[in-house]
Design a protein around this ligand. Structure first.
Ligand SMILES: NC(=O)c1ccc[n+]([C@@H]2O[C@H](COP(=O)([O-])OP(=O)(O)OC[C@H]3O[C@@H](n4cnc5c(N)ncnc54)[C@H](O)[C@@H]3O)[C@@H](O)[C@H]2O)c1
Length: 354
């Protein structure tokens, strides 16, 4: 692996992209870069997450390929065209946006030729952050807790070269706060990928006052290389997406808890009256109720606004380990998707939260 010149696309030199966290978002983000031809190193300290990571990534790649084939069959167009019914990890769902269904496969522009190594073969899995030393760009996708991200960023700052950009997939934490944990706030930026990342065409990019122009440019260019459009916003708790969405999800859980309607009816009202693809409760299940709860707590802490206090039903589900699709149960049951419930109990410190 030779050193990369600033003007040279990193893909030409085999310089890896780093991903921290092998959960819902980390796997999706790793898939996006691997499908575009980048070597990727994924780091997670949890052996269960690392153990199931390759199979989850393979399943995501297969789903994206299936959607691309379907899309070209139905439109007569080439790979990467809109697939319409967003599926994949979310099977026709769309979280952290609650609006459009998954369009296309996201990996359009950078999709390598069929003879190249498979995307899975480009991904290396590790429990050590020090394995990210050669990365030119690291996307942090660990849990939505300030102390967790602080520890990771402080370590990355020691491990990676001074030029490496740290991008966070945080849902709500201000990028200014994350940048303050490093000696390079000018190279810290938010890349809020939507879920499922490989099926979404746009990324909310958060530019803090301290983020340099060069970092914004590098990030926007890199996202373009993997077929994603960057929508750049200023730094604020929850940015644009989750400032609005998390309040909606919390209120939907509140009306469910108060017995105003059952879950199916709440979601159908949003689908059939407002044209939303899935409704707020299914969206919350897809995001992960633990992530929704963490996000609301972060929003409440950073805005001081009690409107973000997580409702009792949401807290109860999380305390019971019913964290949505990824655990097989949330506001709905997902018997076919019981992937790694033990991981979610372990990683929440015994599911005592809430
Ligand atoms: N789920 C969504 O729909 C969604 C969408 C956009 C952004 N996000 C954000 O992305 C981030 C990840 O969310 P997720 O849903 O993938 O969570 P997740 O719970 O599915 O995965 C988090 C992963 O981080 C790992 N982790 C914990 N501590 C770590 C550490 N010190 N180093 C490395 N890895 C560590 C855990 O083991 C776990 O595998 C959060 O900040 C979340 O707010 C989530």
């Amino acid at each position: 692996m030779r050193e990369r010149k600033d003007s040279e696309p990193a893909i030409a030199t085999g310089t890896p992209v780093g991903v921290v966290g092998a959960g819902t978002m980390g796997i999706g983000v790793a898939q996006c870069f691997a499908e575009a031809g980048y070597p990727v190193v994924v780091v997670d300290p949890d052996p269960a997450a690392l153990g199931t990571g390759p199979a989850r990534l393979r399943a995501g790649v297969r789903m994206a390929q299936l959607l691309r084939r379907r899309s070209s069959a139905s439109t007569g167009a080439g790979a990467g065209a809109g697939a319409g019914a967003g599926a994949g990890a979310g099977a026709g769902t769309d979280a952290d946006s609650g609006t459009d269904s998954g369009r296309g496969t996201g990996a359009g522009r950078g999709t390598p030729a069929p003879s190249s190594p498979s995307p899975e073969a480009r991904v290396v899995w590790s429990e050590k952050l020090s394995d990210l030393a050669p990365a030119f760009f690291v996307v942090e996708c660990a849990r939505e807790k300030v102390p967790v991200k602080e520890e990771i960023l402080r370590q990355l700052d020691q491990v990676c070269g001074p030029d490496t950009v740290f991008a966070s997939c945080t849902s709500c934490i201000p990028i200014t706060r994350l940048g303050s944990f490093t000696g390079r706030p000018d190279r810290v930026i938010g890349t809020h990928f939507m879920n499922p990342a490989p099926l979404k065409d746009a990324v909310e990019v958060i530019r803090a006052p301290g983020t340099s122009e060069g970092t914004v440019r590098r990030t926007v260019d890199l996202l373009a290389e993997i077929g994603k459009q960057a929508l750049v916003v200023r730094d604020a708790p929850g940015f644009v997406t989750n400032r609005v969405l998390m309040l909606t999800l919390n209120e939907a859980a509140t009306v469910l808890g108060e017995g105003t309607a059952d879950a199916e009816t709440v979601d159908r009202i949003f689908q059939e009256c407002f044209g939303h693809p899935m409704g707020p409760l299914r969206t919350a299940d897809l995001i992960g109720l633990d992530t929704v709860l963490d996000s609301l707590e972060v929003l409440r802490e950073f805005t001081g606004d009690e409107r973000f206090r997580p409702c009792a039903l949401l807290a109860r589900h999380v305390a019971e380990g019913s964290v949505g699709r990824k655990s097989g149960r949330g506001f709905y049951q997902y018997p076919e998707q019981r992937q790694r419930p033990e991981h979610h109990l372990v990683s929440r410190g015994g599911a005592s939260h809430g």
